[in-house]
Structures are given as structure tokens and as C-alpha cells.
Design a protein around this ligand. Structure first.
Ligand SMILES: Nc1nc2c(ncn2[C@@H]2O[C@H](COP(=O)(O)OP(=O)(O)OP(=O)(O)O)[C@@H](O)[C@H]2O)c(=O)[nH]1
Ligand SMILES: [Mg+2]
Length: 321
């Protein structure tokens, strides 16, 4: 008698290891070519006259895949796997320890309209990893390029690495938390648990609240999904249908207070020798949502600038009576 146990890729329908009927996020897979989404991003115009490029900041635990995400985006636009050795970790220690802003080019050498800031990873203890106040400084545009992070002392006004007069161009327009999916575990049928240290969660919640106060949109990227679910190892197109990953995304949403609709799943290029169009599509889908949020942020600044000018104009011409 045939049963679901007899087939390797079929799981009991109520198991967290099964695939959901429909995905919780709709990636338009039917494209023949990735040129269209790439072209849309190449042609993106920041919706504020003073903004040269949209600025994203990636933060998250040490070894989460922050630098690998940047490397993956670079590889997609260069149409080849780029050398990652100068920015991606090969062991468990924090690899990135300076503030670096990456710019991107397409194959023809044209600059793309966005940059991504990479920072030191967050750690459980208060005296190690990136200092949360430095991340807040980076959100506000106060951290200069190549600043070396100091876990126990945040950058301050007298520090040469402190930018006292940041422009809108220096400020972060969208904050991206990068968290590896193996920071969550499934034990029960209907829910996943968080394996991250309480202090690490507190640090991320603190940064999230500061970003919210600055009205910066925040998203989460869950990385390393290729290691987490055999359905995804078989094909990245299953990523938003995996029940296991879905439960972990829900646990993550609850832990950090970010809606599931702002959580994205990616598999970075890490040990790959060549590009894969499905992987590219998932990464480009994620990047597009992030840049849309970044552009909404700068558009809001432009609208409030327009309102200020209108009020100032009215003030000048207003009837003195
Ligand atoms: N399987 C898998 N491995 C990944 C993925 N993303 C990153 N890695 C690996 O995870 C390790 C850490 O990646 P990094 O990109 O250096 O992580 P990071 O967040 O920049 O780390 P720090 O700079 O140390 O904070 C590297 O060995 C990567 O190859 C992924 O999506 N899947
Ligand atoms: Mg790094």
C-alpha cells in the first residue's frame, strides 16, 4: 500500500516539513528573462531632488550573511559570481568591522541608483559586536566611511569618524535586518521557537524602535534557507511554500515586531560557481521591495519639504490683516 512515507519528497500534509498549497508571498516566476526586473532597478529614480542614490543599511547577528547579500546583488548585476573573499567571513568570528558603503555597477559599468552600507555584526554580549548606538548613528548618517567600530564606545561628535552634518543622501532610507533561518527551530506542529539570545533580540528591538522613530521602513531578510528545508534545497521556487520556513518567519515576526509581509527569504551566493536564475529572481524580488520602501521614505521627505515651501510662500504673500 502506498503511503506518503514511501516517497522521499512527500511529507504528511500536517507536518511542518510539508509544502503549503500556495506561497505566502507571490513571486512572479513566469519570466523568461531577468532583464526586466534588472532594468527596472537600473532605471529607478530617487523621488527626491537631493538624493543621488537610495541608501540601504544591512544589520544583524554576526555571520548572518549581510556581506554575502551585498556580494550576491553585485554578482547578479555583473552577471557573474564576483570574488567575495575580501568581504565575506570564512569562520565564525565577526568579519566586517568597519563601516563600508558598497556601490554597484551593471555589466556596462553604469552606476546603479542605490548603495548598501555594511556594518559589524551584532553579538549577544553588550561589550562585543557592533554597538547599537553606532547603528543608530549610521541610520542618522553620522558614521563616516571606513569608521572602525568599537564595541564598547559609540562614535561621538569629537571622533574623526563622526559626520556632524549628514545630508539626506548620507541617511539610511531603508533598514534591513539580516537573520539566518537557523536562529529559529521547529519543535511542534504549529509553531517555531526563537533560538536567539534575549540580549541580541533586545538590541535588534532597540534599533527597530529608533528606526521607527526616524520613520525609516524596516524589513527582515531570512538567509540560509537552502540549509533549512529539503524542499528548498531541491528548488528555491518552493521557498515561500515551505511550512517549516513559514513557521520560522512567523516566530521571527513576533520576536522583532515586524509584520510577516515585510519578511523576505533569500539564499545568498556563497559557495556557488555560477549564477542561478531562480536564486537571482528571489534576490531581485527582495531588493525591489527594499528599494521601493527606500524610495517611499525619500518621497515622504520631499513631500514634507514641498509642504514647508508652500507654507513659507503663503506666509510671505499672506494678507497682513
Ligand atoms: N548556506 C548558506 N550560507 C550562507 C548564506 N549566506 C551567507 N552564508 C555563509 O555564511 C557565512 C557568513 O557570511 P557573511 O556574509 O560573512 O556574514 P556577515 O553577516 O557579513 O558576518 P559578519 O561580517 O561577521 O557579521 C559565510 O561563510 C557565507 O558563505 C546563505 O544564504 N546560505
Ligand atoms: Mg560581514
Amino acid at each position: 500500500m502506498g503511503s506518503w512515507f514511501s516517497k522521499k519528497s512527500r511529507d504528511p500534509p500536517d507536518s511542518f516539513d510539508s509544502l503549503m498549497e500556495t506561497g505566502w508571498c507571490d513571486i512572479p516566476w513566469s519570466r523568461d528573462t531577468l532583464e526586466k526586473p534588472k532594468e527596472t532597478l537600473r532605471a529607478l529614480q530617487p523621488k527626491h531632488p537631493d538624493v543621488e542614490h537610495l541608501r540601504i543599511l544591512v544589520i544583524g547577528p554576526v555571520g548572518a550573511g549581510k556581506s554575502s547579500f551585498i556580494h550576491s546583488i553585485d554578482s547578479i548585476f555583473q552577471n557573474k559570481i564576483m570574488n567575495a573573499s575580501y568581504r565575506v567571513a570564512t569562520d565564525q568570528r565577526s568579519f566586517t568591522n568597519t563601516f563600508t558603503t558598497y556601490t554597484f555597477q551593471d555589466e556596462s559599468g553604469n552606476r546603479l541608483p542605490f548603495v548598501i552600507g555594511d556594518v559589524m555584526g551584532l553579538e549577544n554580549e553588550d561589550d562585543s559586536g557592533a554597538n547599537t548606538e553606532d547603528i543608530v548613528n549610521a541610520l542618522k548618517g553620522h558614521i563616516k566611511e571606513n569608521y572602525t567600530f568599537n564595541s564598547v564606545k559609540a562614535c561621538s561628535v569629537n571622533d574623526p569618524g563622526y559626520n556632524s552634518n549628514p545630508t539626506l543622501n548620507d541617511k539610511v532610507h531603508c533598514l534591513v535586518f539580516v537573520i539566518p533561518i537557523d536562529n529559529f527551530a521547529n519543535h511542534a506542529k504549529e509553531r517555531a521557537t526563537v533560538l536567539m539570545h534575549d540580549n541580541l533580540i533586545r538590541k535588534m528591538q532597540h534599533i527597530r524602535r529608533k528606526a521607527r522613530d526616524l520613520r525609516i521602513r524596516q524589513v527582515i531578510i531570512l538567509t540560509k534557507v537552502d540549509l533549512d528545508c529539503h524542499h528548498v534545497t531541491e528548488g528555491i521556487r518552493n521557498v515561500y511554500r515551505s511550512k517549516n520556513i513559514h513557521q520560522k518567519a512567523e516566530a521571527c515576526s513576533k520576536a522583532l515586531g515586524i509584520p510577516k509581509s515585510d519578511i523576505f527569504l533569500v539564499c545568498n551566493y556563497h559557495n556557488d560557481k555560477q549564477l542561478n536564475s531562480d536564486k537571482d529572481e528571489v534576490l531581485l524580488f527582495t531588493l525591489t521591495q527594499i528599494l521601493n520602501y527606500a524610495n517611499e521614505f525619500v518621497e515622504d521627505r520631499r513631500k514634507s519639504m514641498d509642504t514647508d515651501i508652500t507654507f513659507a510662500g503663503r506666509g510671505k504673500n499672506s494678507d497682513p490683516r
